[in-house]
Design a protein. Structure first.
Length: 270
């Protein structure tokens, strides 16, 4: 059975774990390495079981510990050429990824790592490059879309294939517009290369989900411009307006910014 844990989801650090009985994969390591070790010990996860690291983009809250983790556990790091270059030039990353551990991937080109079949797809964001991942393993399809400024046809298609979906609900537009951020930062967040709002997230899920979608997690919430209950209620209201009932037709939860989510077991559908 596939296990999923979020070890952090937000600007303070992002890290997502997926593990089978014999293989393990992480997407982004933006939390501190000592913190990650503590969390894994608490949850009974052997970090040696993580055999693959996938990186979405080169912002510090997604790559803070990637070099340290790759070095200590001798784990290859999968990212696009542009993202690898961005990691190399990010001054926030003290230990870089060793050349022999760099594995270059291409957007739209599926690849296999261990038990996982992975398809990276482009996600608009103001990074060197940014990808979402569609992961197939043990008969389930998991899709992760974080730091998305806008919704593309590739994103819609990935959601339509998902059994389990992790998707950004970063902010409430009114909170951004009426908040204390300077104008340039507000413009960045609300731009097509910024972040996905609660409303955009809800509409995107409602308009593209299939009957095979069983669970949605809202990720990467802003601490200043959102609130977990606000995000959940906004997305739930939109889903209901489309005739989709959370808790009946699909599960809906919010991932915590600075705490682990607990262990989810992702089962193959009937």
């Amino acid at each position: 059975m596939l296990k999923f844990i979020s070890f952090g989801s937000g600007s303070s650090g992002n890290c997502y774990y997926f593990g089978t009985a014999t293989d393990g994969l992480m997407i982004d390591i933006g939390v501190g390495i000592r913190t990650l070790k503590k969390y894994c010990k608490d949850y009974g996860i052997q970090l040696q079981s993580v055999k693959h690291l996938l990186i979405t983009h080169d912002h510090a809250d997604h790559i803070k510990s990637v070099g340290a983790f790759s070095y200590e556990y001798h784990v290859p790091v999968y990212a696009t050429k542009a993202v690898h270059k961005g990691i190399d030039h990010n001054y926030c990353i003290q230990r870089k990824v060793a050349d022999e551990m760099k594995k270059e991937i291409e957007i739209g080109q599926p690849f296999t790592v261990g038990e996982f079949l992975v398809r990276p797809f482009a996600v608009p964001h103001d990074a060197s490059e940014n990808v979402g991942y569609e992961i197939q393993v043990e008969g389930v399809t998991v899709v992760i879309i974080t730091d998305a400024g806008s919704v593309t046809e590739d994103i819609k298609a990935a959601i339509a294939r998902a059994n389990y979906l992790i998707i950004e609900a970063n902010h409430d537009v009114e909170m951004v517009e009426n908040g204390p951020y300077p104008a340039y930062l507000k413009k960045r967040i609300l731009s097509a290369n910024g972040h996905l709002s609660n409303t955009e997230c809800g509409k995107t899920v409602a308009e593209n989900m299939s009957e095979g979608l069983r669970h949605v997690w809202l990720c990467h919430l802003s601490e200043e411009n959102n609130h977990p209950e606000l995000a959940r209620k906004t997305v739930e209201a939109i889903l209901r307006s489309y005739g989709i009932v959370p808790g009946k037709d699909v599960e809906l939860e919010v991932l915590r910014r600075q705490m682990p989510s607990g262990v989810y077991e992702l089962e193959k559908g009937e």
